[in-house]
Design a protein around this ligand. Structure first.
Ligand code: DGL
Length: 262
């Protein structure tokens, strides 16, 4: 089984990409919606949540853990990855590889406050791309909009425009540094225009897990996905059904961990 987690619905953008690439894989997705948004939390809380979420998925027998939360990867960049049995695929590594492939040099990164503050994207992009100019900005308004299902209309458009306005007009690529943002892609396309390449790291992330699973001998699994939330089950079921196009998704609720975690 492939394990994934995020603070909330954003992780489904990664689940979708992995599902498209590996139709027969079994997946387990954990959305820690009791604690969303992660991006506004302290490093201490985020480290506790990262440790907890990785262990929780590892203990369920994951063959691979596919990171679907940039904020958690940014914390691991600063504090190191907690040890788990399953291999962990870092989303920021996938993002840096994707950005390098575009041959763009002036790269904007839009991310959560915690991710932007960590500087992890800037370091990894500069290591992957010679002479890269990286502009990291935070957009704390976007995750709550996505969680509320506000993906279209004036409010969404304005919030995306405000996020993009922090970047110099000369950027030639923008990385979605948070997995919630691809759900606002239509708004980003309108605001940025067609001359700016939009990079969704989940596309490369899906290629990486496919390569890993194939190197492990492939997966003879049933193509099912279990969706778990620490938040409201009814709302979660509706969002998963809509976003994943499954009429009766297998959803479950677990009790939220209390912060601070050690
Ligand atoms: N979707 C997550 C990320 O990629 C976290 C968003 C949040 O909860 O702030 O960073």
């Amino acid at each position: 089984v492939i394990g994934l987690f995020d603070s909330g619905l954003g992780g489904l953008t990664v689940v979708r990409r992995v599902r498209a690439r590996l139709p027969h894989a079994s997946m387990l997705f954990y959305a820690d919606q009791a604690h969303v948004p992660y991006g506004d939390r302290t490093a201490e809380d985020l480290l506790g949540l990262l440790r907890h979420n990785l262990r929780w998925i590892d203990e369920r027998g994951a063959d691979a853990i596919v990171m679907a939360c940039n904020t958690s990867c940014a914390i691991a960049d600063a504090y190191g990855w907690p040890a788990v049995r399953a291999p962990v695929l870092d989303l920021i590594d996938a993002a840096a590889f994707s950005a390098a492939r575009t041959h763009c040099k002036r790269i904007g990164v839009i991310a959560t406050t915690a991710t932007a503050r960590s500087g992890a994207y800037g370091r990894r992009l500069r290591a992957a791309i010679a002479d890269a100019e990286v502009y990291e900005v935070s957009a704390p308004a976007l995750v709550p909009l996505v969680e509320a299902g506000t993906l279209e209309g004036d409010v969404a458009r304005r919030a995306v425009a405000e996020a993009c306005a922090q970047l110099p007009r000369t950027v030639d690529a923008v990385v979605f540094g948070c997995t919630h943002y691809p759900l606002l892609d239509e708004q980003f396309a309108k605001v940025l225009g067609s001359s700016v390449i939009r990079i969704d790291p989940a596309i490369e992330q899906a290629e990486r897990v496919a390569a890993l699973i194939e190197s492990q001998g492939g997966s003879a699994e049933d193509g099912s996905t279990r969706y778990v939330t620490s938040g409201d089950l009814v709302a979660f079921r509706g969002n998963v059904a809509r976003m994943m196009g499954e009429s009766d998704p297998s959803v479950m609720q677990v009790a939220a961990e209390e912060l601070p975690l050690r």
